[in-house]
Each structure stands twice: as C-alpha cells, then as structure tokens.
Design a binder for this molecule. Structure first.
Ligand SMILES: [Zn+2]
Length: 196
C-alpha cells in the first residue's frame, strides 16, 4: 500500500539544491522536526514539538498519529504505508520529477492546453536520451519539460521536503513554515500531494 505524502519544494525548478544538514538545522530550529532516526534503508525525522503549529490540519481530522512505533519491524511497515506523520529530506544536485501515478496531463504554461504526450517526453528526459525541450502543439511555445504546469500532484525540483502520512488536502503548510523555506532559497515554495 503506497504512503500518502505532502511534498514541499521550491516553485522554481531552477532553484539550487539545499543541503540536507542546512535544511534539517533550520527545520529543527523552528520545531518542525526532531533528531534523525534510522530505518533499514533510509533515515527520517520524527515530528518536532511545533509540528502542529507549522502544518495546519483542515476540518476535523481523525486521530493524527505523530509517534513512531518503538518496535523496529512495526516501524518499517508504518513508515512504508505512512501510518504516522514523519519527515524525509530528499535533496541532490540533479533536477528530478516526483508525481502521483494518477497525475492528470500537465498544461502548457502559456496557453494552458493539456499535453497528452507528457509521459513519453518525461521518460526520455529521465533516461537522458535527448534535450529536455518540449513544444506545445497548440501555441508553439517551446521550453524545458519542467515548464509544464502540473497543479498539485507533481513537480520538478532538486530538493523535496516530504511529510509522510498526510492525505490529499488534509493539511497545508502554515505561513511560518513557508517563510522559513522561502528564506533558505530566496524564493517561494509550493506543495503537492501524492501517493508513492
Ligand atoms: Zn501552448
């Protein structure tokens, strides 16, 4: 069962990567995350003391689980399925795409017409097969594949802050968290929801 996730990333795909230690330090300072913990093949950050002030849960959210299970085996499966809220920092020098498998076709940034052939273009860019140029069939605009507009289910970035255990539109990042992130990169961040 895939995990529901809220991902935050700089809205501009040209933004340089934020090193993990720098991002972690800032997020620990505001209380979004606590100290690093290990899984079998990854590390994560449990929620910090101000998590619920920095991430706004909408409506009447049923029990929000914030504590990691103590039992190591249970922890692995609870993390894989997003049974509790915890955070991952996914950052690197390479521009990457992350999106929900059910993502609808993105739109041209100029004329807003949908691009039905986006998956083939994306796969070919990911495989490094050709220049990532893309041309709109409707208006003729030509740009990088990361110029396509994906709404709230996919995005391009070098740095993703992943909050696992949040369902689509169940919670949104609060202003203080967005300000901290914007100060790190000098530009605004956006959020997407997906299952992976
Ligand atoms: Zn167009």
């Amino acid at each position: 069962m895939p995990a529901p996730k809220l991902l935050l990333h700089p809205a501009d795909p040209g933004t340089a990567a934020v090193p993990e230690d720098r991002l972690a330090q800032e997020l620990q300072a505001i209380g979004l995350i606590a100290g690093r913990k290990s899984l079998e093949n990854a590390v994560f950050y449990p929620v910090g003391e101000h998590f619920l002030q920095l991430v706004t849960f909408l409506g009447c959210s049923p029990a929000i689980e914030l504590d990691a299970p103590d039992d190591p085996q249970e922890l692995e499966s609870a993390s894989a399925t997003g049974r509790f809220c915890h955070i991952f920092i996914d950052t690197g020098e390479r521009l990457r795409f992350r999106g929900d498998s059910q993502t609808r076709p993105p739109r041209c940034p100029v004329c807003r017409s949908p691009e039905p052939g986006w998956k083939a273009g994306l796969q070919s860019w990911q495989a490094g097969k050709h220049e990532p140029a893309w041309t709109c069939r409707n208006c003729g605009f030509s740009g990088h594949i990361s110029d396509l507009v994906f709404r709230k289910t996919a995005g391009f970035s070098r740095t993703f802050l992943e909050i696992r255990g949040i369902y689509p539109a169940e919670a949104v990042p609060g202003p203080a968290l967005l300000e901290t992130l914007a100060a790190l990169t000098g530009n605004s961040w956006t959020s997407i929801y997906l299952r992976e």
